[in-house]
Design a protein around this ligand. Structure first.
Ligand code: NAI
Length: 388
């Protein structure tokens, strides 16, 4: 099949197998170029197929030789329809790892369910014994609570009052003003149910119950803070409430598992183009401005650069580097005063007429298409490709 991008809203409904594989290979090559570090040896990555989770898996495996088990929830291909990109990424990752003699097995299913937890636990018992790193990198619009069977949906809304600001449609490039009405209390609670720490805790408890946590194991989940201009829709919004819950869960887990010396952290990462962040209003415009500034200052990073730096410079060092609230700060360069001062300046003046001068829309859209395996050097998109 000849596979071309088909974009609907902020999602592309096709994915290119060769492009996705090339994308994974480039990340592997980055880690190899940067060199080995003494990090995790047996890792479980929950949400391992795209974005930060995939980069965490690649860095652990190719940077530290870790055996990895990855859990993700991706759509398989059919005769007529391509798989979701995470499916092709996972196939490519498994192959590259196996080619280098690295242990890698992947489970595709709903990480929120008891069944997938059970299957993962059986696999760890059979193949790895105990694990020393658990990455929790799920971004999902909904979660079915395994206890109640109720499906909760998350929303991306402010919590206090309606919020208006500039935004951009990164597919057409059109700028507009968006107004978002505040979430109702029930919507906030549902967002916390989906994106808060409840499921992370259930995973750790299930692993601990089966005695699968190595003494001194580390577990990390990912959060975001960002600048004041996105506070209403992010940090003070419904998703921010979920992130607060996630951060509180880290402290609870560290207390709960102190007899094993297990430490739970939240890493506050940089705003990046992923399937998850493309869905948030206002944020794509902020990211397009941020990318331009960070590229000009030569401090721009993607998921792989962030995750490699997290392990090498923040975690696997004698004393883990964290802020006053115990969070790892990979948003340190994004939040630099000089960077944010420029973002503010541009945010106030950017408009439909001058946007080409001030924002890196091309960079945003290239990154977006790349998530689905498109626009990657060396891939012939006119060639017939096997999608299964
Ligand atoms: P992503 O959309 O690229 O990845 C999400 C992963 O979760 C995929 O592997 C997907 O298969 C998996 N997943 C979703 N639902 C699942 C389910 N029910 N069962 C099993 N796996 C499931 O997202 P991204 O951006 O890498 O986000 C990961 C984490 O990083 C999230 O917590 C997000 O809030 C956080 N983060 C993202 C930032 C960004 O700018 N993209 C910035 C800072 C933090």
């Amino acid at each position: 099949m000849i596979v071309k991008p088909k974009v609907k809203g902020f999602i592309c409904t096709t994915a290119h197998p060769t492009g996705c594989a090339q994308n994974v290979r480039e990340q592997v090559d980055y880690v190899k170029r940067m060199g080995a570090f003494d990090g995790p040896k047996r890792a479980l990555i929950i949400g391992a197929s795209t974005g930060f989770g995939l980069a965490s898996r690649i860095s652990a495996s190719f940077g530290s030789g870790a055996a990895t088990i990855g859990v993700s929830y991706e759509k398989l291909p059919t005769e007529k329809k391509t798989a979701t990109p995470g499916w092709y990424n996972t196939v490519a990752f498994d192959k590259l790892a196996h080619d280098e003699g690295l242990y890698s097995k992947s489970i595709n299913g709903d990480a929120f369910s008891n069944e997938v937890k059970k299957a993962t636990i059986e696999l760890i018992k059979k193949d790895l014994g105990k694990i020393d790193l658990i990455i929790y990198s799920i971004a999902s619009p909904r979660r079915t609570d395994p206890m109640t069977g109720i499906t909760h949906s998350s929303v991306l809304k402010p919590t206090k009052e309606s919020y208006s600001n500039k935004t951009i449609d990164f597919i057409t490039g059109a700028m507009s003003q968006v107004t978002i009405e505040p979430a109702k209390e029930e919507e906030i609670n549902n967002t916390v149910k989906v994106m808060g720490g409840e499921d992370w805790k259930l995973w750790l408890e299930a692993l601990d119950k089966e005695d699968l946590l190595e003494e001194g194991a580390i577990t990390i989940a990912y959060s975001y803070i960002g600048p004041e201009l996105t506070f209403p829709v992010y940090r003070d919004g419904s998703i921010g409430r979920a992130k607060e819950h996630l951060e509180a869960t880290a402290h609870e887990l560290t207390d709960q598992l102190q007899n094993k010396g297990v430490k739970a952290y939240v890493s506050v990462n940089k705003a990046l183009v992923t399937q998850a962040s493309s869905a948030i209003p206002v944020v794509p415009l902020y990211i397009s401005i941020l990318y331009k500034i960070m590229k000009e200052k030569d401090i721009h990073e993607g998921c792989i650069e962030q995750m490699y730096r997290m392990y090498k410079d923040k975690i696997y060092i004698p004393l883990i580097e964290s802020d006053a609230k115990g969070r790892i700060r990979l948003d340190d360069w994004e939040m630099r005063q000089d960077v944010q001062a420029e973002v503010d300046k541009i945010w106030n003046i950017v408009s439909e007429d001058n946007k080409n001068r001030y924002i890196d829309l091309d960079g945003y859209s290239q990154e977006f298409y790349k998530l689905f395996g498109f626009g990657i050097d060396g891939v012939d998109y006119d060639e017939d490709v096997d999608i299964i």
